[in-house]
Design a protein around this ligand. Structure first.
Ligand code: S3P
Ligand code: PEP
Length: 428
């Protein structure tokens, strides 16, 4: 499906969707437990993949209005009866590869074209070092994967600059091993706040983890337990698009609800927009952000901790006056698509000059007006949403191709655009 948008002025209130990262972890943690209720999880293509995986390992997930009740497999996953299809979700594949390593038999994990091109090698090597079986069927470090155990735990070293999801996977599975897992990082950890989210959530499920001089450690023989329902906070990666809509296209302001503080590194978007000169106010107690149209200037931003913000910052940089230099971005190339290159190419079609290096993207903003164009969403929800935001301030009409992929993290994105006044047209 394509999305057609014209320049628009926005106003009103939008509610942030629930956090994708917290939802994946809460559903899987409830699976590792005897069971738990997850209140207002994100219901999206990616989180449904994690729900399916939990069921494949012997859990059940039942609907209760907006909540989901999970009957868990209590630390002892079954061997799935069928292939585990992780669809487009890197988080599902990495985290449940850890689960597969606890099983007595073999699990096959696969996904869509994009997921089958993303790196899994370091996690497979770590599981093999722990005595499990972990193979890429094509021997290229990519899915389909064949993974089995049962691992008892031990000590492993792993690079920190490919995906933090490997660390999350090992910590979550490690608690259910007999000996626990000690993880030594071979290189500096990128996307580090995602491990903070994991450790915070595990603590909320009664599982202790430690940060060590070399990395992280989780003791074995721990039980996941959660008596109270677990409530998922709002998603700051999704909030980044709403915030960008506010400072680019809302002269009378936009109100964003559901913006409660949490361990999400992507809360940094508030600071980035403020540094660019954006008129933003975040009432942390109320969980409300107000943002209004402002003249923006380019800034230098590291996305070492916040890879998912790169597409949004690139769009903001396209409108801002001067250069926006986005650094520490190599790991942003390992996502649903190479997002550094995708944003450079597609903003280029809208008349924006960029300079791309392996580890950075510089957006030369403000030199000419953004021009409406037909742009490609690369089957990637974040590219689609960032280009849709750019379209709101482009001169003329923009068509974003493959826009249905917003379903991965922000299924109501088009409705929200509509309610705020953008009148998007969906073209099948
Ligand atoms: O653990 C998570 O929930 C995520 C970790 C990050 O990936 P990497 O750790 O691979 O950078 C992020 O990009 C992804 O959207 C979600
Ligand atoms: C990279 C992302 O997710 P995942 O790694 O789970 O596919 C994302 O949501 O931007």
């Amino acid at each position: 499906m394509d999305l057609r948008l014209s320049p628009s002025l926005l106003s009103g209130t939008a509610r942030a969707p629930p956090s994708k990262s917290y939802t994946h972890r809460a559903i899987l943690a409830a699976g590792y437990a005897a069971g738990a209720t997850v209140e207002r999880p994100l219901l999206s293509a990616d989180t449904r993949a994690t729900m399916r995986a939990v069921e494949a390992y012997g859990g059940t997930v039942t609907e209760d209005g907006d909540d989901r009740h999970v009957e868990g497999f209590d630390g002892r996953p079954d061997v799935p009866e069928d292939v585990v299809d992780c669809a487009n979700s890197g988080t599902t594949m990495r985290l449940t590869t850890g689960t597969a390593a606890l099983g007595d038999g073999l699990t096959v994990l696969t996904g869509d074209d994009s997921l089958r091109s993303r790196p899994q090698g370091p996690l497979l090597a770590a599981i093999a070092d722990l005595g499990g079986r972990a193979e890429s069927t094509r021997d290229n470090g990519q899915a389909p994967l064949v993974v089995g155990g049962a691992i008892d735990g031990g000590r492993v070293s792993i690079p920190g600059d490919v995906s933090s999801q490997y660390i999350t996977a090992l910590l979550m599975a490690g608690a259910a091993t007999s000996e626990g897992i000690r993880i030594d990082l071979e290189t500096e950890l990128k996307s580090a706040p995602y491990v903070d989210i994991t450790r915070e959530l595990l603590a909320d499920f009664g599982v202790d983890t430690e940060q060590t001089d070399a990395g992280f450690e989780v003791a074995g023989g721990q039980s996941y337990t959660r008596d109270d329902p677990y409530t998922v906070p709002g998603d700051f990666s999704s909030i980044s698009y709403l915030l960008a809509m506010g400072v680019l296209a809302a002269p009378d302001g936009l109100r964003i609800e559901g913006a409660v503080p949490s361990a999400q590194g992507d809360t940094a978007i508030v600071d980035v927009v403020e540094r660019m000169g954006g008129d933003v106010a975040w009432d942390r107690d109320a969980g409300v952000i107000e943002a209004s149209r402002s003249a923006l200037s380019g800034v230098e931003v590291s996305v070492a901790d916040t890879p998912d913000l790169l597409p949004t910052i690139a769009t903001l940089g396209a409108v801002a006056d001067g250069d926006t230099h986005i650094t520490d971005a190599e790991h942003v190339r390992y996502k649903e698509t190479d997002r550094v290159s995708a944003m450079a190419t597609e903003l280029g079609k809208m008349g924006v000059e960029t300079t791309e290096e392996r580890d950075s993207l510089t957006v030369h903003g403000g030199e000419s007006d953004l021009t409406g164009a037909t742009v490609d969403g690369y089957h990637d929800h974040r590219i689609v949403m960032s280009l849709a935001v750019a379209a709101l301030v482009a001169d003329g009409e923009t068509t974003v191709r493959g826009a249905e992929h917003v379903d991965v993290s922000f299924p109501d994105f088009f409705d929200v655009l509509d309610e705020l006044g953008a009148a998007p047209t969906r073209v099948e």
